[in-house]
Design a protein around this ligand. Structure first.
Ligand SMILES: NC(=O)c1ccc[n+]([C@@H]2O[C@H](COP(=O)([O-])OP(=O)(O)OC[C@H]3O[C@@H](n4cnc5c(N)ncnc54)[C@H](OP(=O)(O)O)[C@@H]3O)[C@@H](O)[C@H]2O)c1
Length: 243
């Protein structure tokens, strides 16, 4: 398949690397300037953001949530059939407080409104380290699962196939308005669960508590000043987000 990727952070770079390894055609762009790609370990072809949108089947957007409105004019140019796959999460300390989300709007619904079109939410509920190091072939015992939400069933199925190909069990987490169940602060968020465990975790999510639990984990992590290993973070998420 033909992919365009906007963003070149840890999530986008790992997705692009795995897509290229799987034989896909991948272009990658920085939302602000192609120069910002210099020095990054890229897989795929670096292009200007205006070029990333042409002749593709899937557009992966992987930039901070607050920056998403700045690429609306780019996304507007994508054909209607193009799957728009967004990996973003809302963190008020980084994204500044977004009034509508603070008032309860589901993060991906806000993203979809900002971009003016449907999106599929995926790759948001695993850490970059998990994406890079913990993918396994289909059928592996204990395989880690990823939640995929969206309103367009065909786009969701395409995204689920990609997730499977990249080493993770896809779990259909419902419509975009259900996707609060995989937002930061929920038991499904970055806790490295199997398909069965993730399905259960999505059901257990508590919308009101999630923002407080998200902030609690962030406070603990910043107080530790880098003193947590990857496994410590997963364990901390499991403890706090299920409390
Ligand atoms: N890291 C994780 O473990 C993780 C897990 C799940 C989901 N996510 C979500 O996935 C998205 C990408 O996260 P990430 O950690 O991979 O990378 P990131 O640090 O959010 O950076 C991603 C890309 O966005 C660019 N960028 C930064 N500020 C921007 C702005 N104001 N306007 C346009 N582009 C900007 C960065 O460019 P520069 O490199 O030049 O700054 C980089 O190319 C985020 O929404 C994040 O919440 C992250």
């Amino acid at each position: 398949m033909r992919f365009g990727i906007i963003g070149a952070g840890p999530i986008a770079l790992n997705i692009s690397k795995k897509l290229v390894e799987n034989g896909h055609d991948v272009k990658i762009a920085d939302a602000r300037s192609i120069e910002r790609l210099e020095g990054k370990e890229l897989a795929g072809t670096p292009v200007n953001v205006n070029e990333v949108i042409t002749n593709i089947d899937v557009l992966v957007i992987s930039i901070p949530l607050h920056a998403l409105p700045s690429i609306r004019n780019i996304v507007d140019q994508a054909g209607e059939d193009v799957v728009i796959l967004d990996t973003s999460n809302y963190y008020p300390y980084r994204d500044n407080k977004i009034h509508e989300i603070e008032k309860g709007m589901v993060e991906s619904v806000w993203v979809s409104n900002q971009l003016g079109r449907p999106i599929t939410k995926a790759f948001n509920n695993l850490l970059a380290y998990t994406l890079e190091h913990k993918g396994t072939p289909e059928g592996t015992r204990g395989r880690i699962a990823i939640a995929i939400a969206g309103d367009n069933q065909l786009h969701k199925q395409i995204t689920m196939n990609i997730v499977n190909e990249l080493g993770f069990d896809p779990v259909d987490s419902g419509s975009l308005s259900d996707s609060w169940r995989q937002q930061p602060g929920t038991p499904a968020y970055c806790t490295e669960l199997t398909k069965e465990e993730l399905t259960e975790a999505l059901n257990k999510a508590n919308k009101e508590k999630a923002p407080f639990l998200r902030d609690e984990v962030m406070e603990r992590l910043s107080a530790a000043n880098g003193g947590y290993s990857h496994q410590d973070i997963v364990n901390l998420n499991r403890d706090i987000f299920s409390s």
